[in-house]
Design a binder for this molecule. Structure first.
Ligand SMILES: Nc1nc2c(c(=O)[nH]1)N[C@H]1C(S)=C(S)[C@@H](COP(=O)(O)O)O[C@H]1N2
Ligand SMILES: [Mo]
Length: 456
């Protein structure tokens, strides 16, 4: 097994930005070259005494003459650090390259901007809270939970018998649920609609994260407030930040019990960037509906048509038409290893690994191609496979050292199949920004470098 291959995403330095291909190309290639020489050197050293071929060296258990094995290193001989040197633990300093990253092209101001999660460096399905992508329309706040309130009201008096105001403490006394769900911004993969192929999967797909969220079903709160479900059609969710983020959520989703008011994320309170102390969780629906700093829920009998669902998050279609109020994130997947910016060290064994998800339910199957979609093999789905949650897939691969076009194509339990870029463009044109769920292609060059390419 070539373990270095698995670690590449974490060791190759990702570019700070992808605007200005030349500048980025330089940073990128230097980082890769440095890493490659290092690895090649290590292989050469290991092989020198052993006289084995490169292929067998990949699975060789002992590394003759390696000082890292023959000698005790400082950490095996001295005293380590004491407990609770820092009350809240941090990742190893050797993992400092695993960061959320911004794109200057999308970041005129840091307050109305986005940072991308480093998907190429993550395992399994959970996004560590400190690496969760961020999308703020007017900056984030560390809101004092003792001052925060959630208000429930009806758009007319008959829709809700008892309008209510909850403190965070009051909400936390109520029966709760904990569920794993992905959140994806509707603009994820948006840059790829035209002819821009951004270099890494952090930038192509990193407006995506997955956490275990904990909170109170909105249905329970509406029951307490005495909602007239015979007339209630929509709820309006409103955030407390300056962007006055407001979105309409259809009542069916609330009545299904899936929508909840979350205060917890991955076992602790929400991070401020994620809406501390309260955010709406709307499983399967695009990120913008997951209102952060949630301060008000209004129940209404007609759609609201707020700025965040009419002016924004609308898709331009061919022929002068446009699509509004899209809500569900369609079935989608991406290979995260190997992915753009990584380098395969040598031919031989690699485990292709990636993420698949669907806003409609569970991922049923993922197929992987290494020849640009001519032939497909069905990947293994790692458990657990949960509804409206990321699913990790893997496929064992022996790379023959030739150029390869690596793709994944997911199918969900409704039978929906993720489209190719050409299929998606045929229906939706090229002028959208949002809701691009096309198959992603990574070109593995004969030299091992991996690049983002668009197949026509
Ligand atoms: N109050 C408030 N809620 C918000 C936003 C915001 O700017 N303010 N951004 C929305 C958008 S567009 C997305 S994609 C998600 C991003 O959530 P995250 O920052 O936790 O990743 O939050 C949504 N909820
Ligand atoms: Mo978003």
């Amino acid at each position: 097994m070539n373990f270095q291959g698995h670690r590449l995403g974490r060791l190759v330095k990702a570019p700070e930005n992808f605007i200005g291909a030349d500048a980025v190309g330089t940073v990128f290639n230097e980082a890769k070259r440095g890493r490659r020489d290092f690895v090649r050197g290590a292989f050469a050293a290991a092989l020198a005494g052993a006289g084995a071929s490169t292929a067998s060296a990949q699975s060789k258990p002992a590394q003759a003459g390696d000082a890292n094995i023959l000698e005790l290193l400082a950490h095996s001989k001295g005293l380590g650090q004491g407990v609770a040197m820092e009350g809240y633990g941090k990742p190893s300093k050797f993992e400092a390259n695993v960061q959320r990253r911004i794109s200057p092209g999308l970041t005129q101001t840091r307050q109305s901007s986005v940072s991308f999660a480093p998907l190429q460096s993550l395992f399994g399905i959970v996004t560590p809270s400190g690496l969760h992508f961020e999308r703020h329309h007017q900056g984030w706040w560390d809101v004092d939970p003792t001052q925060h309130r959630l208000m429930l009201n009806g758009s007319d008096a008959a829709l809700m018998k008892t309008p209510m105001v909850f403190t965070v403490d009051e909400l936390m006394r109520l029966p709760s649920v904990s569920r794993f769900h992905f959140i994806e911004c509707g603009a994820n993969t948006g840059m790829e609609w035209g002819n821009v192929a951004v270099p890494t999967c952090q930038y192509t797909h990193g407006m995506l994260s997955c956490s275990e969220f904990t909170g109170v079903p909105l249905k329970l709160l509406l029951d307490m407030a005495g909602v007239d479900y015979s007339r209630a059609r929509y709820v309006l969710a409103e955030g407390a930040d300056g962007s006055s983020m407001t979105r309409t959520v259809p009542m069916e989703l609330v009545e299904s019990g899936e929508v909840f008011v979350a205060y917890g994320q991955n076992g602790e309170m929400l991070r401020p960037e994620q809406g501390y102390p309260l955010r709406l969780v709307v499983p399967g629906v695009q990120g913008v509906s997951w209102v952060k700093y949630l301060r008000r829920i209004e129940v209404g009998d007609q759609p609201y048509g707020t700025k965040d669902e009419t002016l924004h998050y609308t898709d331009l279609l061919p022929g002068g038409m446009h699509r509004q109020y899209s809500s569900t994130q369609e079935c989608k997947s991406v290979v995260t290893t190997p992915s753009g910016g990584q380098v395969l060290l040598d031919k031989g064994f690699y485990q292709i690994s990636g993420l698949a998800w669907s806003g409609r339910g569970k991922v049923k199957r993922v197929d992987v191609s290494v020849d640009g979609g001519r032939q497909w093999k069905t990947a293994k789905l790692q458990s657990p496979v949960m509804s409206k949650c990321l699913t990790r897939f893997t496929l064992d691969w022996n790379w023959d050292g030739q150029a390869a076009l690596v793709q994944s194509r997911a199918m969900d339990d409704t039978g929906y199949v993720q489209p190719s870029l050409a299929q998606l463009r045929a229906v939706r044109g090229t002028r959208s920004i949002y809701h691009n769920n096309a198959v992603q292609t990574w070109l593995v060059e004969a030299g091992g470098e991996v690049k983002n390419v668009h197949l026509s």
